[in-house]
Design a protein around this ligand. Sequence first.
Ligand SMILES: Nc1ncnc2c1ncn2[C@@H]1O[C@H](COP(=O)(O)OP(=O)(O)OP(=O)(O)O)[C@@H](O)[C@H]1O
Length: 608
Amino acid sequence: MSTQSPDSNQPDPTRVQAPEAPRVPFGFLAQLWPYLRRYRGIMTGAAAALILTSLLTLALGQGVRLVIDQGILAESIGALNRTLGLVMVLVVAMAVGTFIRFYLVTWLGERVSNDLRADVFSHLVHMHPSYFEENKSGEIMSRLTTDTTLLQSIIGSSLSFALRNLLTVTGGLIMLLVTNLKLSGVVLLGVPAILIPVLWMGRRVRTLSRRSQDTVADVGTYAGEIIRQIKTVQSYARESFEKAAFQREVDEALNVARQRIRQRSILMAVVILLAFTAIAAMVWVGGYDVMTGQMTGGELAAFVFYAVMVAFGVAGVSEVYGEVQRAAGATERLIELLAEPSLITSPAEPEAVNADSPVHLSLRDVTFSYPSRLDRPALDGVTLDIRRGETVALVGPSGAGKSTLFELLLRFYDPQQGTIELLGRDVRRVTLDALREHMALVPQQPVLFSNDVWHNIRYGRPDAPDQAVIDAARAANAYDFIQDLPDGFNSDLGESGVRLSGGQKQRLVIARAILKDPDILLLDEATSALDAESEFQVQRALDKLMKNRTTLIIAHRLSTVLGADRIVVMDQGRVIAEGSHQELQRNSPLYRRLAELQFGERLETVDD
Ligand SMILES: Nc1ncnc2c1ncn2[C@@H]1O[C@H](COP(=O)(O)OP(=O)(O)OP(=O)(O)O)[C@@H](O)[C@H]1O
C-alpha cells in the first residue's frame, strides 16, 4: 500500500485541463460560493437541522445505555418504559430534523444547479462563434447538462450525507473517548487504518471518473452527429459501419467505466473489511471488560453503537468521496467555461452611427484569417464601399471569401487588419445589437427553429403584432402554403423545419427578414435546385424584400447580376474587379469564365 497522501502537491497528469484544480476535496465549494451565497438562509436552516439530527443521533447512544442498564439489566418495567419513552422522543425529533434537512438541502441543490445552468447558457449565447468551432458541441452540451446535474445531486444529497457523516464521526469519536478510554484506543487505531487506503484509492477513482465522463461525452457527440446526418448515412448504406464505429466508442466508454467501477468496488470492500475487523477487536476487548466487571453492559452497548456509527460514517464518507471528487471536476469545468471570455463584445462606451452617411458599409483594407487557418487569409486586403440603397452582387469561385465577408459584416469575427464601418463608424465602436439591428442575413440554407410558424417569422422582431406577421408572410409569397399546413400559422415545423420543402423554408426565412425590416440585406442566393415554380415564388419574394434597401448578394444567377447596380468579382480573398456586367465581360477574364460556366448558355441569349 502506498502511503502517498491525497493532499500531496505532486502534479497529476490527468488534470492538464484544470491547472487551478482545488487540492482539498471540498475546495470546489469555494468556487461554488457565489452561487451558494444567494441561499444563505436555506443553508443556515439546513446546517441547523444537520447539526441537530447529528446531536440527536449521538444522544440515542446514551438512550440505549439507559434502556439496558436501568431497564433491562435492572429488570425494572417502569424504568424500561421511561427510558424507551425518552428514546422515542429523540427518534421523533430526529425524524422532524431529517425532514427539514432533506427538504432544504435537496431544494438548494436544484436551485444552485439551475442557476449555474442558466449562467452557462447565457454565457454561451454571447460567445464568439469560433468558440463553437474549436469546442465540440457535444462537450459543451455535456457541461450544460451532465456537469450541472452532477452538481445538483452532490449539493442536493451527497454533500449533506458526507457532512452528516463527518459530524457523526467526530461526535461519535468524542463519545467513545468519554465512554471508555481504553476501548477508544482500539477504535482510534482502526480509523487511520481505514482512512489512509480509502483516501489513496479515492484519488484513483477521481482520475478515472474524469476520463469516464469525457468518454461518455464523446459517445454523445458521435451519436448526435450521426442522427443529424441520418439521411446521408442511410443513402450511402453506411449503417453497419456507423454501428461498428459507435460500438467502439461505447466499448471505450465501458472500458473506462469498468476500471472506475472496479476501483470503487474494491474501495468499498476494503472499507467494510477493515471497519468490521476493528469492531470485532473492540467487542472482544469490551466483552472481556464487562465479564471482569470493569464496565457495564449498557456502556458496552453504547460504545458499540458509537463505534458502528463511526465505522459507517467513515464508510459513508468514503462512498461519496469519489462523487465529491467528480463534483470538483464538474465545477472546475463549469467555472472554466464561465471564465472563458467572448472575443466579440460590445464596446464599453459605444458610439452612435452617422445616420446621414451616404456610404452604408465600408471595408478598408480588411485582412482576415479563420482562427483554425491562420496561415491562409480568407480575405486579403479587401476595400469596398457600399452606398445606401445600392444592390451589389458578389461573384467569384468557391472559396473566394464571399460568405466570409458576410460573417465579418455581421461581426461574427473581427478582422486581423483593416476596419469595417457601418454608416461611417467602426463596427467595433457600436454595440453588437445596434450593428445587427441594421442587417438581416438570408442564408443559402434556410435556418428554422423547431417551433410554430409564428415563432419562426417573428424571430427577428418578437413584439410584432399578428397582422404584421401575416403581412410579411404574404409579401414573401408564403401565406398560401402556410394556410395549407395542418394548423396554419400554429403548425409546428419540426426540428429545423423538416416538415417543409426547400422553397417553403426559404420563403419563411424571407418573411422573417421582411418583418425585421432591416436597412441592409445580406443575401446568399440559394443554389439548391428549386423547381421552376418554387424558384419563381422565391424570386418574387426576394424582389419585394430587396426593394428600397442596401443589398449585398452572393449571386448564383444571371438575373441577379444583371439586376445589380454593381458587380464585385472576388478570388482567393481579394476583390479583383468591379463594374457592370458589360464592363466585366470586357475587362475581367475571370468574370467571363465564371459567367460562361455558372450562368451557362442563358448568357448568350440575354447578353445581346
Ligand atoms: N469556419 C471556417 N474555419 C476555417 N476556414 C474557413 C471557415 N469558413 C470558411 N473557411 C475558409 O475560408 C475560405 C473562404 O471561404 P468562404 O466560405 O468565404 O468562400 P465562399 O466564396 O463563400 O465560397 P462558396 O461560394 O463555396 O460558399 C475558404 O478557403 C474556406 O475553406
